[in-house]
Write a protein that binds this ligand. Sequence first.
Ligand code: SF4
Length: 419
Amino acid sequence: MSMDTQDKLKILADAAKYDASCSSSGAKRSNRGKGLGNATGSGICHSYTPDGRCVSLLKILLTNRCIYDCRYCVNRVTNDVPRAGFTVEEVVRLTIEFYRRNYIEGLFLSSGVVGDSDRTMDLLAEVARRLREEEDFHGYIHLKGVVGASDEALAKAGRYADRISANAELPVQGDLDRLAPEKSLKEAESAMGFIKAGIDQSKDRGRRTRAPRFAPAGQSTQMIVGATPSSDAIILNTAHRLYDAHRLKRVYYTAYSPIPNAHQDLPTETPELIREHRLYQADWLLRFYDFSVEEVVTKADGNLDLELDPKMAWALANRAFFPVDINRAPREALLRVPGLGTRSVGKILQARRQRRLREADLRQLRAPIKRVMPFIVAADSWDAAAKTLDAQDLRTRVKPRNEQLMLFEAKTSAVTGQV
Ligand code: SF4
């Protein structure tokens, strides 16, 4: 009996949820595995465009058949799961139908590797080409950059997709050798390098002509966390290197989630969701707050402190750096204060041109006073800051009390990365 599109959608949307390169897919759902019953399973995910708009995407695999045997993956060749595959035409039709009904604003398309990497990349790119050229589709398209595909196939993807993500999967080659021996970090980086070059060239061309841009929303990658013993320092060092070398828009960190019939080399427990959250916070500090990996990782075992956000953990480990005088300190020092983000620091710098700032001014700027006060001095709070900084119980006092709320924030921060 041939499978109808609805059955395929059930299987291929469910299989796609393990890919986190689309922002909301890191969110855990209680009815995981039930297909169409939940937001992720129904194939709709949310992603953020470079201008900050949240868009709903149809998130599916072209097929969950795969020639590879990555041990952490539900679609690996040796796993006994129902298999399905769409034709290019079916994905085009589904996308257009969902788009017309206003269910989605775009498509996130990934795939198991069928035939070879090149053929798979070409099929994904062909969906994008037909959507753009034959259906005049102007919605958002995010394609998986299939590692190992030829330059030609990657170039076709870049021509029609807004964003491409070639996944690193694991932070070091040693981890891949253990769990995905057919994969190579070098090859993943070579795909990222090609995409970066395509983006650079098209920007350059774009200045002179009106030629269409290559992957105008840039590229991202994904790393699985907790499938191997690699520490947060190792993960963040790789992320930092990839951001620098290939100008990635985002690195997505996904807590390994035990899969049915998992290989014995894999952990049976999901790492704490909060670890994923801490990695996003640390990632944010590295990119926008000028912290180094050595600074954000404050624990001797190379992992992030799970009880505190990395900025607070750094502040407590470096109390001699504080208090920071909000009326005189340079921007870089203000950015190190827990609770002060780039926006609040901008407002402080502006406001202090007019007057000396007091605690009340911080309240007016909506700074989180409880977090900020132990680490700063304002015009009226010199003594208080000096006392609290030395307090033995400062760690306990600044530790977030509401873990539930924190976990909720963990989901949303996978997108925003706010610190
Ligand atoms: S190549 Fe991708 S789909 Fe295939 S087993 Fe590996 S992770 Fe899974």
